[in-house]
Design a binder for this molecule. Structure first.
Ligand SMILES: [Zn+2]
Length: 222
């Protein structure tokens, strides 16, 4: 929760997405709204405070919202709640996007969307994205192999065509299996498993397309 003094000033330590460290933030502007209305349980009061805050390290602006609500019935509080969130949300645990270039746009978009899902903790979609990435790579590298063939056969074809090494094909089979389980059984994989899978896919893209893959310093794609 952000705390403002009676003059509306604050000095709080927050993580800054831009300079990527905890810095002192000051309130630039704030506003509080209070509303009271009737619900079937009684009378509900809500108080929200929105504060635009500025990083004192790099002057990056973000927003903090605090909220409080209480429902009263016959003078007795029957429920209360508080919350606080920041926008944009903190990216300290985000995986950096590789700055991949010169690869087919479909594959690049699938890669970015897959990492986006990881960063927003949508692990099931992330596993589905990984499977689709393998499909897209197969289609691009072996356009003459029918897309009606099961994916395992298409990976084998890439191996037979010397597009992939045997070890690499075996690894992609494991990823394919994880994607299948996600798609057919809606089984959510572990985050660590997904992170390892993304490492492998990044390595595969680098191997197959020979792209320069540098870690982006301040990538904000979405
Ligand atoms: Zn900053």
């Amino acid at each position: 929760m952000i705390h403002l003094d009676k003059n509306g000033h604050t000095e709080e330590f927050y993580y800054c997405n831009d300079c990527k460290r905890e810095t002192n933030h000051i309130a630039v502007k704030h506003h509080t709204t209070r509303r009271v209305y009737t619900v079937k349980e009684g009378l509900r009061e809500e108080v929200f405070t929105g504060v635009i805050v500025k990083c004192e390290g790099c002057e990056y602006l973000s927003f903090v919202k605090n909220g409080f609500s209480e429902t009263v019935n016959n003078g007795k509080a029957i429920s209360t709640g508080t919350y606080s969130y920041r926008y944009p949300e903190e990216t300290r645990n985000y995986r950096e996007y590789k700055n991949i270039v010169n690869i087919p746009p479909d594959i690049a978009n699938l890669y970015y969307d897959t990492v986006f899902c990881l960063n927003h903790n949508k692990l099931l979609f992330c596993a589905m994205g990984l499977r689709s990435l393998i499909e897209a790579i197969c289609k691009d590298k072996m356009p003459n192999v029918s897309s009606e063939l099961f994916l395992d056969k298409r990976i084998d074809e890439m191996c037979a065509g010397r597009v992939l090494s045997k070890n690499h094909a075996d690894t992609l089979h494991q990823l394919r299996f994880m994607g299948n389980v996600a798609v057919h059984e809606l089984a959510i994989p572990e985050r660590k498993e997904i992170e390892t899978a993304i490492n492998i896919v990044e390595h595969t893209i680098e191997n197959l397309y020979g792209v320069i893959a540098e870690v982006s310093q301040k990538k904000s794609l979405k």
